[in-house]
Design a binder for this molecule. Structure first.
Ligand SMILES: Nc1nc2c(ncn2[C@@H]2O[C@H](COP(=O)(O)OP(=O)(O)OP(=O)(O)O)[C@@H](O)[C@H]2O)c(=O)[nH]1
Ligand SMILES: [Zn+2]
Length: 368
């Protein structure tokens, strides 16, 4: 079985997730001599893209790189792009990135708080937790992952793995359901291939999934179970860039034999919070339902009169830990948003510095 999407054979784009949404945007772009393709791996400005004609090694036109980065449109695994294939070569130049249906991002390394996309156009995100006891099962951490998922635009699905070593699985399902309103919860065992059929409806042809979850919860084991074989550890692919240097990259999009595509990038595994304030709504709809009943619209739920959140806690309807996480995540998001705004201002300043200098010089020469 071949888990790569996939050598140089022609590929029906729908199997790769091509849909009317992307088709419409591609047609609107109307760039001559381009074809649509999906980014299947990304590594240091080198891309592999899968087009209807096969896999192409792709690069971005140099002058576009900086602009795409600044605009948050730098291509990532899962993106649909418009590429201009080079005649007679398995190479192409990326001309544009199509709008994303969803995206997972993290803070780029370094000083500036810059958004870096680690996976694009994910339909369903499996949030994996371990049922093997200890630190692996943590409701507060699940809330974080849920917030991340809601902010991405992908639909979260809770997967409680290692059910084979857990007595009383039902109990855990109930606990998760209580903090994840409206989110499907499934208990499975990757090791025993048990319960996996419940995940099949998310893995229809052309649908893209990704995995979120702490180290050791069994994400690789689940991917292998879905692939039906061990993912090749040595799945590195040689590709060459325009200068002819050779580099190796890992395929980051995997086609499942039963249909569906898995995006598994290193960045996705170490993802950090990058959410907007609105994203707390999905995760904490219960807290906010009570908060709407508070007497004051700006109630801090801290002893104000007529506070419906406190009342719900006092009556045992709301777990106080829910309010605590709601606040904690809210603070983190505020902090990140403030840093992002700050770094955007710095970026603007950088951009204008040479011009400001020029204006100063002109003014000075006028005075002299
Ligand atoms: N008992 C049991 N163990 C499992 C199951 N799934 C995975 N494991 C074990 O859990 C350990 C971690 O599994 P991985 O699949 O490597 O976990 P991961 O989430 O990919 O971890 P990272 O690669 O660090 O992100 C391995 O020893 C697996 O054999 C399961 O369903 N039941
Ligand atoms: Zn209140």
């Amino acid at each position: 079985m071949n888990d790569q999407p996939t050598d140089s054979r022609p590929q029906d784009l729908r199997v790769l997730g091509w849909s009317p949404f992307f088709k419409e945007h591609f047609q609107q772009l109307n760039i001559p001599d381009t074809v649509p393709a999906r980014v299947i791996s990304e590594s240091k400005d080198l891309f592999q893209v899968q087009s209807a004609g096969g896999v192409l090694a792709a690069a971005i036109a140099g002058r576009m790189r900086h602009r795409l980065k600044a605009e948050g449109l730098y291509p990532a695994a899962g993106d649909w792009v418009a590429v201009k294939p080079l005649a007679g070569e398995k190479k192409a130049v990326i001309q544009a990135v199509l709008p994303r249906k969803s995206k997972f991002s993290r803070k780029a390394a370094g000083e500036r708080t810059v958004e870096q996309i680690v996976a694009a156009n994910v339909d369903t995100v499996f949030i994996v937790s371990g049922l093997d006891g200890g630190r692996s099962f943590n409701l507060r951490r699940i809330e974080r992952y849920l917030t991340l998922a809601w902010s991405s635009g992908a639909a979260p699905v809770m997967v409680l793995n290692k059910a084979d070593v857990c007595p009383g699985v039902e109990n855990f399902i109930l606990k998760v359901k209580a903090i994840a309103p409206g989110v499907p919860v499934h208990a499975v065992s990757a090791r025993e291939r048990a319960g996996l059929e419940a995940l099949a409806p998310y893995l229809t042809e052309g649908s893209t999934v990704a995995f979120l979850g702490s180290s050791g919860v069994g994400k690789s084991a689940l991917i292998n179970a879905m692939l039906g074989h061990e993912r090749q550890q040595t799945g590195a692919v040689r590709s060459d860039d325009r200068l002819g240097r050779h580099t190796t990259t890992m395929r980051q999009l995997l086609l499942l034999p039963a249909g569906g595509i898995v995006i598994d990038t290193p960045g996705m595994r170490e993802i950090q919070m990058w959410a907007g304030e609105d994203d707390l709504h999905g995760t904490f709809s219960d807290v906010e339902m009570y908060a709407r009943e508070c007497r004051y619209a700006d109630c801090g739920h801290d002893g104000e009169p007529g506070c419906a959140v406190r009342a719900a806690i006092d009556q045992g309807e709301l777990d106080p830990a829910r309010l605590a996480s709601y606040r904690k995540l809210g603070n983190e998001i505020h902090y990140l948003a403030a840093r992002e705004a700050q770094s955007a201002r710095c970026y603007e300043k950088e951009k204008w510095r040479p011009i400001a200098k020029l204006v100063k010089e002109i003014n000075r020469s006028r005075l002299e």
